[in-house]
Design a protein around this ligand. Sequence first.
Ligand code: UD1
Ligand code: UDP
Length: 387
Amino acid sequence: MSRIKLLNIVGARPQIIKSSAISRAIRQSFSDKIDELTIHTGQHYDKELSEVFFDELEIHRPDFNLGVGSALHGRQTSMMIGGIEDVLLQEKPDGVLLYGDTNSTLAGAIASSKLHFPVIHIEAGLRSFNKTMPEELNRIMSDHASTLLFAPTNAAFKNLINEGFRPENSPPYSINNPKIYLTGDIMYDNSLFFAGLSEKKKAGLMDDLRIGRDNFILATIHRDINTDDRSRLENILTTFISLADEFSVPFVMPFHPRTINSLKSGLQALYSDLRNNKFMRIIPPVSFLEMTLLEKNCKMIVTDSGGVQKESHFFRKPCIVLRKETEWIELVTNGTVKLVDASPELIKAEFAGFSQNCSDLDYPGFYGDGKTADFILKEILFLFENN
Ligand code: UD1
Ligand code: UDP
């Protein structure tokens, strides 16, 4: 069989991190069969949301950077689509690998499917059932433009079946006859791989932040529903301050730039209170090894992130999610993730509950065996051999 050429499309922080699991598996086990190319759309451009991961995680460097930057969703996505089309026509890849649910995912799905390049969607089938969320539209549209769909959980696999995807389809696969797989989660591969390394390489971070093991809360906020709605952001952060004071526990908060922008533009007094509070540590976004170290060593996680709530499970930490719903529904059923929206009462109640008793929480293996990237690449090769 001749070598196959796979084109990764990444653009936002979590996709860059996810792509490292595939890059590493290609390097370790498939370099004789697969050539990898990467487009970075430029959706994330700050060093700490992009460059830092390529350096630290030894990810295949982007061969093309479209440099689209920030804009309204339609405009941003359309700029990406044009740039991706140019690369597709020049490079003619055998398949296009898309990750997750960002505007970069959607742009890749539209450009590739319209030019008849097979789309391979990693993290397919996740649904929040809330179409006001930009990511939900991106997921649904990307899945329905795909030829190979890798669902990370039972729930995601079932969602695809409920939307008409047929597990019994047989080769040759195409956009009209797609193949769905139940796999694990490539982010579990990553967390297993980088956990030990984070302790070795980043141990000094805990001293720098003046925090001890199991004695701080890790919090992230970046979703538009929380950052762009001043009253929600204010409710959440004033609740953090009162919990930190009541429980005498530090909150470490590596905040996305959009959260800092919202604080600086409309909530200056609160921003100043946060910076002056002895328990509050607002810091710039950290690298993935640093984040892994913080997740491994914290007492509890509070977040609106999809990735971070799942990593809470990998590291066996209780997690409060600042949303009404989640795509990782098995965590809620399991009782280790609590959905609190932005309600101060619910945040306080769940925080108190997790603070009192965590010993009976269980963290079953929902996300595969840590070798999901290998499985995905084997299946892709099988497809190209048999299609
Ligand atoms: C995007 C994804 C979201 C994902 C998140 C991961 C979409 C619709 N959203 O959200 O699903 O969870 O990435 O972090 O694709 N900004 C900077 N520096 C940057 C990039 C952005 O300051 O390098 C600021 C800009 O003010 C920008 C805002 O953040 O307007 C939002 O950026 P954008 O990429 O549109 O969405 P995210 O909130 O990052
Ligand atoms: N992350 C990181 N540094 C940070 C915050 C998050 O490396 O300061 C990692 C985190 O460990 C996870 C991913 O970024 O792997 C999640 O990205 P984000 O929360 O931005 O997006 P989401 O998962 O919600 O789409």
